[in-house]
Design a protein around this ligand. Structure first.
Ligand code: SF4
Ligand code: SF4
Length: 420
């Protein structure tokens, strides 16, 4: 027993949670960077407040129903981890806590329906595509639906991009320098399939052969984020089998997937697959990091027209994985691209996995704040390394009738290469 949390009762993850609770010295350095604290102004909506609430709920001195709404408002953006001088790994507390809470608090009918739809649709591209088509038909009736459902419809693009199956192998061009497997993702395949194609092309141009096993599935990051640890484990275990081990890396181009996979060792703690989860997690690299470390074969040619690009740090890249310089270094290699830094650039845009669907009011305010900052800078385009951020920022720009393109880092590199 540590700090009153019954680690035995909460299984192997109880120890991790108790350790994080104990590491927090209540200094409050994390408060000014927490988007929900800045937005709502209450201690209980801050990292320090949530750690205290989680501790009390785990000790049994506070009812889950009372404390959970404050934890539910947490974006999981991990800005608090970057700011914390004591090294509190907040994710080691939040993710297992959400899984425990989901088992104990069922929530309203709308909560349950929302979670069920996430569980049944998001990890499965075909089902999600069908639901997205239906959702677009329902968009005119959004005003008659609860806020949460209206937000889901609002975020869907006006037209769904056509789906084109990815090849099982995409050959390297020129000198063969590496062989990797691409994690093709779930939601991104439906909403922005161009990102995977751009990834294949820029890797190939740099001498990288890419395997894309058709049998792979969702990595489970969204399930993990939603407290559905069982589904996350099942999805992850499937990919341990589906993705090859004889490659130099497993590439992801979605920050949310990369950061979720980094949590596999905790997800599988004391499980027979723990070692495999560790090995898999260690092999996964964000495409920007892999390319930066490998080194571009040559500078990309200039874009057809000079471009000022505002780079938005996706929380799951910057805070959760510490990836800040690699995407910037790659973008700076494009000769006529000027990289611009957003004021408050590491503050969450409100996307945060499925947060903009579950907490639309806060997410909308964060999306509007991000759009204000972007508009003040007057770039020609916005770049980020996560499909959720791209969708959220694009949706908010469109609400203001802004035609500003919002692109993944690899799409900009690909545009430059294609223009040469
Ligand atoms: S900065 Fe770290 S130690 Fe200080 S209150 Fe926040 S989580 Fe606790
Ligand atoms: S993860 Fe983000 S929203 Fe949650 S407590 Fe930390 S800084 Fe605040």
């Amino acid at each position: 027993m540590q700090h009153g949390i019954d680690a035995e009762r909460y299984g192997p993850q109880g120890d991790a949670m108790a350790r994080q609770v104990k590491t927090c010295v209540h200094c409050g350095f994390c408060l000014p960077v927490c988007p929900t604290y800045k937005d709502l102004g209450q201690e209980m909506d801050s990292p320090r407040g949530r750690i205290l609430l989680m501790k009390e709920m785990l000790e049994g001195s506070l009812e889950m129903e009372e404390g959970l709404p404050y934890v539910d408002k947490c974006l999981g953006c991990m800005a608090c981890v970057t700011a914390c001088p004591s090294g509190v790994e907040y994710g080691e507390l939040l993710t297992p806590f959400r899984a425990l809470a989901r088992d104990r608090v069922k929530g309203t009918l709308l909560d349950r329906l929302t979670r069920l739809s996430f569980r049944l649709l998001l990890p499965f591209p075909r089902r999600f595509r069908a639901a997205a088509y239906l959702g677009r038909l329902a968009r005119p009736f959004a005003g008659m639906l609860p806020d949460r459902m209206a937000s889901m419809l609002e975020l869907l693009p006006r037209t769904l991009p056509a789906s084109r199956p990815l090849p099982s192998v995409y050959p390297a061009q020129g000198r063969h320098r590496a062989r990797v497997a691409l994690l093709s993702g779930c939601v991104q395949q439906v909403l922005s399939p161009a990102i995977n194609w751009a990834t294949l092309r820029i890797l190939a141009r740099n001498g990288v052969e890419v395997m894309v096993p058709a049998s792979q599935g969702c990595c489970g990051a969204l399930s993990l984020h939603n407290g559905d640890a069982d589904q996350a484990r099942r999805l992850a275990a499937h990919n341990f089998e589906a993705l090859p081990t004889d490659v130099d890396a497993i590439i992801t181009n979605a920050a949310g997937c990369g950061s979720g996979i980094k949590e596999y060792p905790l997800l599988f703690r004391d499980d027979s697959l723990e070692e495999e989860a560790r090995r898999f997690s260690a092999r996964v690299r964000d495409v920007s990091v892999f390319l930066d470390e490998l080194g571009l074969e040559r500078d990309p040619p200039p874009l057809p027209a000079a471009m000022k690009v505002a780079y938005h740090d996706a929380c799951h890249l910057a805070h959760a994985q510490g990836i800040r310089s690699a995407p910037r270094k790659l973008l700076k290699r494009i000769p006529n691209l000027t990289l611009m830094e957003l004021m408050d650039g590491e503050t969450c845009c409100g996307s945060a996995g499925t947060y903009n669907l579950e907490q639309p009011e806060i997410a909308n305010r964060l999306g509007a704040n991000k759009t204000d900052v972007i508009e003040r800078l007057q770039p020609d385009a916005v770049a980020a390394g996560n499909v959720g951020c791209l969708m959220q920022i694009e949706s908010h720009l469109k609400r203001r009738n802004s035609p500003l393109p919002v692109l993944h880092t690899v799409e900009l590199l690909d545009r430059a290469y294609e223009s040469g």
